[in-house]
Design a binder for this molecule. Structure first.
Ligand SMILES: C[S@@+](CC[C@H](N)C(=O)[O-])C[C@H]1O[C@@H](n2cnc3c(N)ncnc32)[C@H](O)[C@@H]1O
Length: 228
C-alpha cells in the first residue's frame, strides 16, 4: 500500500481562515494526494463533508467538478465562501450537519476529513473549534455516521474517500463500509507526529488503551469505498 507523500499536493495557496477554523494539516494533505487519483472532471458531482477553509473542495473545483461543501461551523462556512470568492471558483457551501443538508442527494465522489480525535466527552461538542476534531471516546462519532450514510450518498459507481487516524480503527471503518455494501480498503497511510490536542490528552488516551506510553506519532489512513 502506498505511503503518500504529504508534500506533493495541489491545495490552493493563500487560503484565509477565520478564528477557530481548522487550518489544512497533514490529514488534509494526505486526502488531497488521494484525490489526485480520482476522476473529478467536468460534470462530476462532488460532496465534501466538513470543509473547514474549503481547501479540498476548491482543489476539486479547480479540476472541473461541481462541488457542494457542508460544514456545521458558521466560521468555516464563511471562510470557505470567502476563499471560493478570492479564488474565483464556483463552490456551493451549505451550513449545518451533513445529514440534514444532503437529504435526497447523491454524488459521484464524497470525501471527508471528519473529526476523529478521541475525547473524554461522549457527545461531540456543539460549538467552538473543538468541533473540528473531538469525536467521542473512540473518535468515531462522525466517522460511523458517514459509513452508515455512504451508500445513500453515492451514485452507482460512486466513491467515498475518508481520512482519519489509525487510532480510531482503520479496520473498523473498512468493515462498516463493507457491511454497508461498498468495496472498501485502505489505500494510503502516513505516519505523522502528534499534534497539541493528542499531547494534551496523553494520560487519558493511555488509560483508554488507545496509545502506548512511548507513542509520539500516529498513523493516518485513507479509506476508499466504492458503490457497485
Ligand atoms: C478536521 S476538520 C477538516 C477541515 C478541512 N476539510 C480540512 O481537511 O482541512 C473537520 C471539519 O468538519 C466539520 N464538522 C464537524 N462535524 C460536522 C458535521 N456533523 N457536519 C458537517 N461538518 C462537520 C468541522 O466544523 C470542521 O470544519
Amino acid at each position: 500500500m502506498p505511503s503518500k507523500a504529504l508534500s506533493s499536493t495541489t491545495l490552493p495557496a493563500a487560503l484565509l481562515a477565520l478564528p477557530g477554523v481548522y487550518h489544512p494539516q497533514a490529514d488534509t494533505r494526505l486526502l488531497a494526494a488521494a484525490l489526485a487519483d480520482e476522476d473529478l472532471g467536468s460534470g462530476t458531482e462532488v460532496l465534501e463533508i466538513g470543509t473547514g477553509t474549503g481547501a479540498l473542495a476548491l482543489h476539486a473545483a479547480t479540476r472541473g467538478a461541481r462541488v457542494t461543501a457542508v460544514d456545521v461551523s458558521w466560521p468555516a462556512v464563511a471562510t470557505a465562501r470567502l476563499n471560493a470568492w478570492l479564488h474565483r471558483l464556483p463552490l456551493s457551501v451549505l451550513h449545518g450537519d451533513f445529514e440534514a443538508r444532503t437529504t435526497g442527494r447523491r454524488f459521484d465522489v464524497v470525501f471527508s476529513n471528519p473529526p476523529y480525535v478521541p475525547a473524554p466527552d461522549s457527545r461531540p461538542p456543539s460549538r467552538g473549534p473543538e468541533r473540528a476534531w473531538d469525536a467521542g471516546p473512540d473518535g468515531r462519532a462522525v466517522i460511523d455516521r458517514i459509513c452508515a450514510d455512504a451508500p445513500g450518498l453515492l451514485l452507482p459507481g460512486g466513491v467515498l474517500l475518508m481520512v482519519h487516524s489509525g487510532m480510531c480503527g482503520a479496520e473498523e471503518t473498512v468493515d462498516r463500509l463493507a457491511g454497508a455494501g461498498l468495496a472498501a480498503q485502505v489505500t494510503a497511510t502516513a505516519s505523522v507526529p502528534w499534534g497539541p490536542v493528542l499531547r494534551s490528552r496523553r494520560s487519558w488516551l493511555e488509560q483508554q488503551g488507545l496509545v502506548a506510553e512511548a507513542d509520539e506519532r500516529e498513523e493516518l489512513v485513507v479509506i476508499r469505498a466504492q458503490r457497485s
